[in-house]
Design a binder for this molecule. Structure first.
Ligand SMILES: C[S@@+](CC[C@H](N)C(=O)[O-])C[C@H]1O[C@@H](n2cnc3c(N)ncnc32)[C@H](O)[C@@H]1O
Length: 255
């Protein structure tokens, strides 16, 4: 069954993930490596120092490692997962680090210390309980702004923030294409049966507003409409798979 918004709140909680990882060995959210490998390799260099946000029990850092991208710091707030991974992979993957931290405040890490910050479906989990993607709550906005501020702080000049997400450009660009972060913003659409999205922000490159303005215009019009007559339409029930349930449980506002 499709989850209600209140149930989806669990994805924001550290206890939920700790509990889940105590029994689940591997789960790949959103997309497997084969679907994003080519694009990632065009945005990341093998000797880059990479920070991977909300690693969970994804294979991503191991797949990168096998291709020669060895300097990865995996971050997650699920303490049991991080200590298990440190123990399990410490000797087989000596260049990989594991850090237990909330991504909204990564004060243990130094300014400008990474070439690349990457996230896949992690920012989505911060925002999954939002009532409407057109009008984010103050709490959701605060979580996203704190995390993006941390990412901008941790990237060196010329460093890249790569985000792989369910969120379409009209929902995510208003938050990524922001002058305060001092980065450019490029968008790619991926996938065949259903689309997902990859964004690459380069710190120190100017933001080309002509690329983002059409999306921002769409958001502003939809927000005006939604504030006049919010009329949520629920998509069909999911099939029990978390990725499908998560996607299908998004409330879509009629235009
Ligand atoms: C939807 S899963 C994505 C996992 C992985 N990136 C993937 O693509 O399969 C979200 C992950 O982010 C972590 N997470 C969620 N909120 C977090 C936060 N505020 N700080 C650190 N990790 C967080 C969760 O523990 C979980 O591992």
């Amino acid at each position: 069954m499709t989850e209600h918004r209140a149930d989806r709140e669990k994805y924001r909680k550290q206890e939920y993930w700790d509990d889940r990882f105590s029994t689940e060995d591997a789960y790949e959210w959103l997309a497997g490596f084969d679907q994003i490998k080519e694009l990632l390799c065009s945005w990341i260099k093998p000797d880059d120092k990479i920070l991977h946000l909300g690693c969970g029990n994804s294979r991503l850092s191991f797949d990168l490692y096998d291709l020669g991208y060895k300097h990865v710091t995996n971050v997650d707030f699920a303490a049991s997962l991080i200590s298990r991974c440190k123990e399990q992979y410490g000797s087989s993957h000596p260049e990989v680090s594991w850090l237990c931290s909330d991504i909204r405040n990564m004060s243990a890490l130094d300014d400008g210390s990474f070439d690349v910050v990457i996230e896949k479906a992690t920012l989505d989990s911060l925002l999954v309980a939002e009532k409407s993607p057109w009008n984010m709550s103050d709490a959701g906005r605060q979580d996203l702004t704190s995390t993006l501020g941390e990412i901008a702080r941790l990237l060196r000049a010329g460093g890249r923030f790569v985000s792989v997400t369910f969120a379409q450009p009209h929902f995510r660009l208003p938050h990524y294409a922001v002058d305060d972060y001092g980065w450019s913003c490029e968008t790619r659409t991926l996938g065949t049966n259903f689309h997902f999205f990859a964004y690459c922000m380069v710190k120190g490159r100017p933001l080309d507003r002509t690329l983002v303005e059409p999306f921002l215009y769409a958001v502003r019009s939809a927000q005006r409409e939604a504030s006049r007559s919010p009329s949520p339409v629920h998509c069909a029930d999911g099939d029990g798979d978390d990725n499908a349930d998560w996607l299908k449980s998004i409330e879509v506002f009629e235009q």
